[in-house]
Ligand binder design. Structure first.
Ligand code: FAD
Length: 290
């Protein structure tokens, strides 16, 4: 059994920030990550609201923070965590911790339509930065009306021939500068009060989508940006709509188990708020230990 004072699950900006503060506070943390360091950062084409950078790509910022983690000699292992005993404080039967920080973020929602899962990665995507390139000079649809949908539509408009936003309401819920950019971008069209009711396939390929059970529009790809579900299923702590509930120190209903970033219930889901959560949780652990 490997023993650690503090284990952080997830290496998004929340998890990596908490690791930096723990290490600099004299505690050796272990980060466990199932995919690439940076988490959601890797999906953001351009960040323009992070102090210190007028403009930086998400993957670049992720790499900067990951380099900082490596330079501080913080241990990171790449493994999916699907078995955790919060009473015995044991992860995957071989890692024991005193303090745990859950920083697992959240994942994209799907529409739940027929053939959707089958088409994921083959006509349907939840990541414009990852898959936009495959739709160069093609027609795509973006589903949603919040910041994610608007950001993805703007990014895709620079690659694709035409971008149609399909939004179920009659106005957008995203930030004003994003809405203005969408409205002023020539190759972005908007269908308000609309939803996709069917994916139409020919020879295993998505050829069009049906809108409101009536009209069909020809598309090469669909990008879903309709919200997220927190990755909280393996953690037996108090939650609301699957988002983990925490106190002012980011401690969950379980003693010495903290949760930070997009996996918790809070008002603002941003890079800086995720970092803030990581700082407060790490500082609270440092104070308790010392
Ligand atoms: C398209 C888009 C654009 C955005 N643009 C901005 C912006 O411009 N400015 C801004 O401030 N914010 C922006 N945000 C929000 C911001 O990206 C997030 O709030 C922030 O990245 C969340 O960080 P996190 O560390 O909580 O979660 P994540 O970055 O999601 O990290 C969670 C990590 O946990 C790992 N993980 C999950 N489950 C497990 C498991 N079982 N075992 C091991 N590892 C696991 C994941 O692989 C992932 O690496 C944007 C978000 C999106 C989707």
């Amino acid at each position: 059994m490997e023993k650690y004072k503090a284990v952080i699950i997830g290496s998004g900006i929340a998890g990596m920030t908490s690791a930096i503060y723990l290490k600099r506070g004299g505690i050796e943390p272990l980060i466990i990550e199932k995919s690439a360091p940076g988490g959601t950062l890797n999906l953001i084409p351009s960040i323009e609201n992070y102090p210190g950078y007028e403009k930086i790509s998400g993957p670049d910022l992720a790499m900067n923070i990951y380099n900082q983690i490596n330079n501080l000699d913080i241990k990171i292992i790449f493994k999916n965590i699907d078995n955790i005993n919060l009473d015995k404080k044991i992860i995957n039967d071989n890692i024991e911790y005193e303090y745990l920080i859950i920083a697992t973020g959240r994942k994209s929602r799907l529409l739940g339509l027929k053939d959707e899962e089958k088409l994921l990665g083959k006509g349907i995507s939840t990541c414009a930065l990852c898959d936009g390139f495959f739709y160069k000079d093609k027609k795509v649809v973006v589903v949603g009306g919040g910041n994610s949908a608007l950001t993805e539509a703007i990014y895709l408009s620079s690659i694709c021939k035409e971008v149609t936003i399909v939004h179920r309401r009659n106005n957008f819920t995203g930030e004003k500068y994003l809405i203005d950019t969408v409205i002023n971008t020539k190759n972005i069209k908007v269908l308000y009060n609309s939803k996709i009711t069917n994916y139409n396939i020919k020879e295993n390929k998505l050829i069009s989508v049906t809108i409101n059970d009536k009209k069909k529009i020809k598309v090469d790809g669909v990008f879903l940006a309709i919200g997220s579900t927190p990755n909280s299923e393996y953690f037996n702590v108090k939650k609301e709509n699957d988002y983990i509930l925490v106190d002012e120190n980011y401690m969950t209903s379980k003693d010495n188990v903290y949760a930070i970033g997009d996996v918790i219930k809070k008002e603002y889901y941003q890079l800086i708020t995720a970092s803030n959560d990581g700082i407060v949780a790490a500082s609270n652990i440092i104070n308790k230990i010392k």
